[in-house]
Design a protein around this ligand. Structure first.
Ligand code: 5AD
Ligand code: SF4
Length: 442
C-alpha cells in the first residue's frame, strides 16, 4: 500500500478538503505523518490569511531533496494558492507533479493517473459557476467526537479585501439531503457527536436554491439526527443573520450557543469601503437582539486593522466596538493586499509600522476582555462535551463548553470521551478554563 503525506494550511475548510482527499485516495493510499516515507506529498495551501507564496514556496523547497532521492515520489499542490497560481507553480518548480484547484481536487485520482500517463506536470484549475461538490463519505475506520461538514462552497459577497470569491468561485449550497446523509454517516459509522457546518457565509445557505430551505431550516433538520449531540457552524455574515436564525440558535438545544460573527472594522466609513453591507449600528442591534434571545451566547469575531484609508479615528472606533460588544475572542489581522481583491488598488495604504502598532493595541484590549469574560465562568457549572485526555496532563480530560471555551478538568473516570458532562469551573487561564467533574449531564 502506498503512503500519502498531506500538509494543510489555513482555515477549517482546508482541513475538511484535506480529509476529503484522504478519503478519495483510500484504499490505495494510507496517510502518513512522515514526508520521508511518503509516495505522494500534498500541500493544501491558503491565500486568505497568510502571505501565500512564502509559506508554499518554503514548503515546496523542503520536498525538493526528497524528490531527488526518490524520483517516483509525486508532489501535489492544492488549495487557494494552487487555484490562484496554477501553471506558474510548475513553471517555477518543475518537480511539482500535480496542481489542483479548489474544485478540481475532487478529481485527485484522475489527476494522478494523467500525471503518470502523460509524463509531465498536470495542472487543473477550472472553476465552474454551477459546480456541485460530490458527496464523499469516509472509510468507516475513524472514530472521533467531532467532524466538519461542508454545507456550501465559494462566496458571492466580494468584500473588497478578500480573495475568496476569486479562488473558491461562486457560492453554491449543497443539497440538504447530501448534508443529512453525510452527518448521519458520521454519527453512525464514526461515532461523531458534534458536527461543525462549514461555509464562507452559512447564513446565506440555500438562498439561491429555493427548494433547499434556508440555514435555519437546515439546522433544525440536522438537529433531528439521533445520536448527534451538538451542532456548530461557521462563518456567519452579520448582514444575513435573521431573526428566525437567532431564534433557532437560542431555542434548539443541540445548536451551540456560540456564533463567529466577523465585524472586521468599527468605523462605518471603513465598513463601506470593505463592502460589508452593514453599519456599526446594525451590527450592534443584531448583537443586542441575539443576547436578548440567548443571554449566554458567546460571540467571537475577526478584525482587520490598517485597511486602506483607516485613520486613527476610524481605528479607535474598532477598539470602541470591542469594548461595547465584549467578544469572547477576536482573531485580528493586519490588512494586506491580495491578488484580484478590489482594495489592492485603493488609495491611502497604511504604513506597516502603523498596522503593527494597531494590531498590538487590538491584542491588548481584547486580551483584557477575554480574561474578564473567562473569569466570569469561575464558580459556574457548565456542560462539556468530552473530547479526550488533556494534552498537558494525561490525568485530566478536555472538552469545550457550548460557548466553545476549552475546559480541562479532573474526573474520577477518564473513559468519558464523547459524553456530555457537568463540570464546575474553578479557575480561568488565558486560553482555557479549569474545573472538576460533577456528574453526567443527563
Ligand atoms: N488582509 C487581512 N486580513 C484578511 N482577511 C481576509 N482577507 C484579508 C486581507 N486581505 C481576514 C478577515 C477574514 C479572515 C478569515 O481573514 O478578517 O474574516
Ligand atoms: Fe471573503 Fe467577505 Fe466572502 Fe467572507 S464574506 S469569504 S470576507 S468575500
Amino acid at each position: 500500500m502506498k503512503k500519502v503525506y498531506i500538509r494543510t494550511f489555513g482555515c477549517q475548510m482546508n482541513e475538511k478538503d484535506s480529509e476529503i482527499v484522504l478519503s478519495l485516495l483510500q484504499p490505495d493510499f494510507v496517510p502518513t505523518e512522515e514526508p520521508e516515507s511518503a509516495d505522494l506529498i500534498l500541500i493544501n495551501t491558503c491565500s486568505v490569511r497568510e502571505k501565500p507564496q512564502h509559506k508554499l514556496y518554503s514548503e515546496i523547497g523542503r520536498f525538493k531533496e526528497l524528490k531527488k532521492k526518490k524520483p517516483e515520489l509525486l508532489i501535489g499542490v492544492m488549495g487557494c494558492v494552487a487555484q490562484q497560481e496554477g501553471e506558474r507553480i510548475v513553471e517555477r518548480y518543475p518537480y511539482v507533479d500535480i496542481v489542483l484547484g479548489t474544485q478540481a481536487f475532487y478529481q485527485i485520482r484522475q489527476a494522478i493517473e494523467r500525471r503518470l500517463k502523460e509524463g509531465k506536470p498536470f495542472v487543473w484549475t477550472e472553476l465552474k459557476p454551477d459546480f456541485k461538490p460530490p458527496l464523499v463519505l469516509g472509510s468507516k475506520k475513524l472514530r472521533r467526537v467531532k467532524a466538519f461538514v461542508n454545507i456550501m462552497q465559494g462566496c458571492d459577497n466580494f468584500c473588497t479585501y478578500c480573495i475568496v470569491p476569486y479562488v473558491r468561485g461562486r457560492e453554491v449550497s449543497r443539497p440538504p439531503e447530501d448534508i443529512l446523509r453525510e452527518v448521519e454517516y458520521l454519527v453512525k459509522e464514526e461515532g461523531v457527536k458534534e458536527v461543525a457546518l462549514l461555509g464562507q457565509n452559512v447564513n446565506s445557505y440555500g438562498l439561491k436554491e429555493k427548494s433547499y430551505g434556508d440555514f435555519a431550516d437546515l439546522l433544525e433538520r440536522v438537529s433531528q439526527i439521533d445520536g448527534l449531540l451538538r451542532i456548530r457552524f461557521t462563518t456567519s455574515h452579520p448582514k444575513d443573520l435573521t431573526e428566525r436564525l437567532m431564534r433557532v440558535i437560542a431555542e434548539n438545544p443541540k445548536v451551540c450557543k456560540h456564533i463567529h460573527l466577523p465585524l472586521q472594522a468599527g468605523s462605518n466609513k471603513i465598513l463601506k469601503l470593505m463592502n460589508r453591507k452593514y453599519t456599526r449600528e446594525e451590527y450592534l442591534a443584531k448583537v443586542e437582539r441575539l443576547r436578548e434571545l440567548c443571554p449566554e451566547i458567546a460571540i467571537t469575531s475577526d478584525i482587520i486593522v490598517g485597511f486602506p484609508g483607516e485613520t486613527e479615528k476610524d481605528f479607535l472606533q474598532t477598539l470602541e466596538m470591542l469594548e461595547r460588544v465584549r467578544f469572547h475572542e477576536v482573531f485580528s489581522f493586519k490588512y494586506s493586499d491580495r491578488p484580484f481583491a478590489a482594495a489592492t488598488n485603493f488609495q491611502g495604504k497604511v504604513p506597516e509600522e502603523v498596522k503593527e502598532e494597531r494590531l498590538k493595541r487590538v491584542h491588548e484590549a481584547q486580551a483584557k476582555i477575554t480574561a474578564e469574560v473567562y473569569h466570569s465562568y469561575v464558580g459556574k457549572e457548565v456542560e462539556v462535551l468530552v473530547e479526550g485526555r488533556s494534552e498537558r496532563d494525561e490525568n485530566q480530560l478536555t472538552g469545550r463548553t457550548t460557548t466553545n471555551v476549552i475546559v480541562n478538568f479532573t474526573a474520577p473516570r477518564l473513559d468519558l470521551e464523547g459524553e456530555l458532562v457537568k463540570v464546575l469551573i474553578e479557575s480561568a487561564g488565558k486560553h482555557s478554563l479549569k474545573g472538576k467533574y460533577l456528574s453526567p449531564s443527563f
